[in-house]
Each structure stands twice: as C-alpha cells, then as structure tokens.
Write a protein that binds this ligand. Structure first.
Ligand SMILES: [Fe+2]
Ligand SMILES: [Fe+2]
Length: 233
C-alpha cells in the first residue's frame, strides 16, 4: 500500500510542490512549500488520530495534506479542483486503490473556501489543518512587506495551535497575536476560512472555538449554554 513516505520521496510530486510554491511566491503569496504542506499533512493526520479514526484513514489524510496544493503549479484559481484531477492520475498511476484515491481527491477538490464543501472526515480534517496554518514562519524570509495584510497578520502570530478534545467534542484554534496587526485584520482575511472550520468541526461532531489572545471570538449562545455559561439578557 502506498504510504506517506513513498509520496514524500517521489520526485514528480516533490517537483509539483516546489513549482506550486514558486508560482505563489511570484504572485506574492505566503509560503506554500514543504513547510506548509508538511504542517497540513501532520495536522490532518493528528486530527483524525485524535478522533479515533483507523490507521489507513489517518495515512490517507496525511497524503491528502501533503498533496493538497499541487494545483497551484498550474494556477491559483481553482487550484483545489485542478490539483484533485492531477492527484487522481498521480496516485492511480502509482497503484493506489481507486476507492482510496477517490477519498483523497474529494478532500483536495473541496479544500478551498468559495468552491469547497465538507464532504468527508478526511475533507473536514484537511480544511481544519489548512486554514489553521497562520504563523509568522509563513512569511517568506527577507520578504516581509508591511503593506501586505497577509504578511502583517501572519507576522503578528507568534503562537498558533489546534487542539482536539474528543471527550468534550471541542476543536480549539488558539492564536497569540502581537502588535504588527490586529484581530480585525485577522478576521478580514480569515473569516470565511474560520466559518469553514466551524462547518468542518461540526461534520466531525465537534464545536470549533477560535481563541485569540485568550479570548474566544466565535462563542455561540448554544455553545455557552451547553458549557453552563450564564448570558445576561
Ligand atoms: Fe489551497
Ligand atoms: Fe494550503
């Protein structure tokens, strides 16, 4: 069976990840190379593992995470869909079972906000992992541009962590933000991604909590009441 290690050692796939990162660098995006795909691969797998999914599902999640952005090697626009088509042929050519390939491509083809919807547990975990990669290390070395909101927001984030509590049914995305940006700027570019994370967490029977500088910023009334928090009328 095809493993994450096989995929990571594959020259053709490595080339595509490098090219995708190059294209995005040229048009001014933050890091989408092995740092990003490695994070997404690891966190997708961690989420599935923490929620008790079987080993092969965890491995398929890790492979989807590693390959999810290869469509950018062609064009940023609709890269989830073009990437899924490429990945279908890459994985079937390497002998992966069709059923497994389909699980991976449906997750990749649905990871972008705008066109993507949560379609499976792998898709949900991939969305949570991809949208939670916000950190100062994502700003390209020696390329910090204070006029770019993505750079400002990412650079301001000195700590970010996605925690899964299966017992409580809560997935918490925790951020520490410094002075180069603000919560409102974070929400300006991340709001639709955070909404997608709420949808993804709900698919996994969890509630998504976004905590910035110690404050839960997406507390719902239902969630607060379930946790016994009294809200003044
Ligand atoms: Fe993407
Ligand atoms: Fe991504």
């Amino acid at each position: 069976m095809l493993s994450l290690t096989d995929i990571r050692n594959d020259a053709e796939i490595t080339q595509l990840i490098g090219s995708a990162n190059h294209v995005l660098k040229e048009i001014g995006y933050t890091d989408h190379g092995p740092r990003h795909t490695g994070y997404v691969s690891r966190v997708t797998a961690d989420i599935l593992k923490a929620l008790g999914y079987d080993e092969r599902t965890v491995e398929l999640g890790a492979i989807a995470g590693w390959m999810h952005d290869v469509g950018n090697a062609i064009n940023r626009l609709n890269h989830g869909i073009t990437g899924a088509q490429m990945v279908y042929f890459l994985l079937t050519a390497r002998g992966m079972a069709y059923e497994e390939v389909c699980k991976i491509v449906s997750a990749i083809g649905n990871h972008e906000e705008g066109t993507g919807r949560v379609v499976s547990e792998i898709s949900a975990a991939l969305i949570l992992a991809d949208k939670s990669d916000a950190h100062r290390t994502r700003v390209r070395r020696n390329q910090y541009n204070e006029n770019d909101i993505h750079d400002r927001v990412n650079y301001a984030i000195s700590h970010s962590f996605l925690a899964v509590d299966k017992e409580e049914g809560v997935i918490t995305f925790e951020l520490e933000m410094g002075e180069t940006s603000s919560i409102i700027e974070f929400l300006q570019i991340y709001l639709s991604r955070m909404r997608m994370c709420e949808e993804a967490a709900a698919y996994l029977n969890c509630v998504f909590r976004l905590v910035i500088n110690g404050m839960t910023v997406n507390q719902t009334r239902e969630f607060a009441q379930n946790k016994g928090v009294v809200i003044d009328e």
